[in-house]
Design a protein around this ligand. Structure first.
Ligand SMILES: [Zn+2]
Ligand SMILES: [Zn+2]
Ligand SMILES: [Zn+2]
Length: 373
C-alpha cells in the first residue's frame, strides 16, 4: 500500500481539442507541476475620462478619419475610425506581409478601430446591455459592409484586447476589425475539421458540444425525507445560459478562464444573427464578463469573433457573396472566444506548442457559475 496521498481533484492529463485535434492542452493542476509564474499584471486604466486621450469625447479631431458613429447624430456612444497604424493597407500592393496573426498575405485588407464606449476605462461588464447590443450591431453592420465592398475579402476578424496584460496598447476601451483576403489559420482549421466531422456524422460538432454541455444533470434530495427537492439541468461546462445564447467552458481550455459564447440554435454566419437576438447575446456576454471579473479580480482578456469565412471571388468555398449559403453553412457554427490573460506563456509552451492549463476546466466552470450576480 502506498502512503502517498493524492488529492482526488488533482488532474494531470492531455486533452485534445475536439474541434481542432492538432491543438492539445496539458491540464496539470498539481501544485508541483505548476509551470507558470503568477504574473504581476499591470493594472488597467479605470478612469472615465482622460483629457489627453484621443478616443475620449471632445478629442474627435485627434483620431484618424471617422467611418461611422452610433448614434449617427448627437453625442456618440460608439465610434469607428480608421487605424492610425494599420497592419494592412487599403489596396496597397505588398507581398509577403506578415502581421500579428502570423499570416502572410498578399496585401489587400483593412484595419479599423471601434471605440466601444465613450467612457475611457469602462469594462464590458460595466456597460449597459442595450449598449452592448448596439456594439454587436455595429460589428455586424461593418462586417457586412466590408464583405460587400470587395469580393476579394474572405474573412473579417473582429477582436478585442482589453488591458495591458492582453496587449492593448491604447487604454481606452476599443475593439479592432481586420478584413483580409485569406482565412486565418486557426479559423481555417476549425472550418476544415468541423466539415470533416459533418461529412462523417451528419451533424455540427459545435451543436453536439452544446448538447453535451447541457445534458449533465444533478438531482438535489431533501436530506431528511430523501424526496427529490430539485433537479437541475445545468451542465458542468455551462457558465451562463440565455434564451438564445450559451457560454461554455471548453473541455480542452487553453487558458485557465477561457469561455466561449455560441448561439444555441445552429448558425454559421454572424451576419445571420437577427437584430432582436442581439439583446440576449449582450446579456450573456455581460453576465459572463461579470463572472470572470469577479473570479479573476479584474479581467484582462482577448476576445475573437469566429464566423464562417466568405468565399471571395476566386473560390467556391465558404459563403458566396451573392447571399446563398455556402458549403460550410451546416457544419460551422459562429462563436466568440474569450481568453482572459492571467499568466505569461512559459518557454515550455512556446517551444512545444502545447498549452498548459493549471486549473481543471470543470472546476473553473463551477467557480464561474457560483458567482452571485
Ligand atoms: Zn479615453
Ligand atoms: Zn451548430
Ligand atoms: Zn473559434
Amino acid at each position: 500500500m502506498s502512503d502517498i496521498q493524492t488529492d482526488s481533484s488533482e488532474v494531470r492529463e492531455i486533452r485534445i481539442n475536439p474541434i481542432v485535434p492538432s491543438e492539445s492542452v496539458l491540464v496539470a493542476t498539481a501544485r508541483s507541476m505548476r509551470p507558470k509564474k503568477a504574473e504581476d499584471l499591470a493594472p488597467r486604466d479605470t478612469r472615465k475620462h482622460v483629457e489627453t486621450c484621443p478616443f475620449c469625447r471632445g478629442n474627435e479631431h485627434k483620431t484618424p478619419p471617422l467611418i461611422m458613429a452610433w448614434p449617427a447624430t448627437g453625442d456618440w456612444q460608439i465610434r469607428m475610425v480608421e487605424n492610425l497604424y494599420p497592419v494592412l493597407g487599403d489596396d496597397r500592393a505588398q507581398s509577403g506581409f506578415t502581421f500579428g496573426l502570423q499570416q502572410t498575405i498578399d496585401g489587400y485588407g483593412r484595419h479599423e478601430v471601434i471605440i466601444d464606449h465613450y467612457e475611457h476605462g469602462t469594462a464590458i461588464h460595466e456597460m449597459a446591455e442595450s449598449h452592448l447590443a448596439a456594439l454587436f450591431g455595429v460589428y455586424q453592420t461593418r462586417m457586412r459592409q466590408l464583405f460587400e465592398s470587395d469580393e476579394r475579402l474572405k474573412y473579417v476578424l473582429i477582436f478585442k484586447n482589453f488591458g495591458p496584460a492582453a496587449g492593448a496598447s491604447i487604454p481606452h476601451t476599443h475593439s479592432q476589425i481586420i478584413a483580409m483576403p485569406v482565412v486565418p489559420e486557426n479559423v481555417d482549421a476549425e472550418v476544415a475539421n468541423s466539415a470533416a466531422h459533418y461529412a462523417k456524422h451528419h451533424h455540427c460538432i459545435f451543436c453536439a458540444l452544446i448538447d453535451e454541455a447541457l445534458t449533465f444533470e444533478a438531482t438535489l434530495y431533501d436530506r431528511a425525507s430523501g424526496a427529490v427537492r430539485r433537479k437541475i439541468n445545468v451542465g458542468q461546462y455551462v457558465v451562463e445560459r440565455g434564451e438564445k445564447f450559451i457560454a461554455i467552458k471548453p473541455f480542452a481550455s487553453r487558458y485557465e478562464w477561457e469561455v466561449h459564447i455560441l448561439p444555441l440554435t445552429h448558425q454559421a454566419d454572424f451576419l445571420d444573427l437577427r437584430g432582436e437576438d442581439m439583446a440576449d447575446l449582450a446579456r450573456v456576454m455581460k453576465r459572463t464578463m461579470a463572472r470572470l471579473d469577479a473570479v479573476i479580480g479584474g479581467a484582462q482578456y482577448n476576445f475573437f469573433l469566429h464566423s464562417v469565412p466568405h468565399s471571395g471571388s476566386d473560390s467556391k468555398h465558404g459563403v458566396p457573396h451573392d447571399g446563398t449559403r455556402g458549403e460550410y453553412a451546416a457544419s460551422y457554427h459562429w462563436h466568440l472566444e474569450i481568453c482572459p490573460r492571467t499568466s505569461i506563456p512559459t518557454g515550455f509552451e512556446l517551444g512545444s506548442g502545447l498549452f498548459v492549463n493549471t486549473i481543471n476546466p470543470e472546476q473553473a466552470a463551477e467557480r464561474l457559475r457560483a458567482v452571485e450576480l
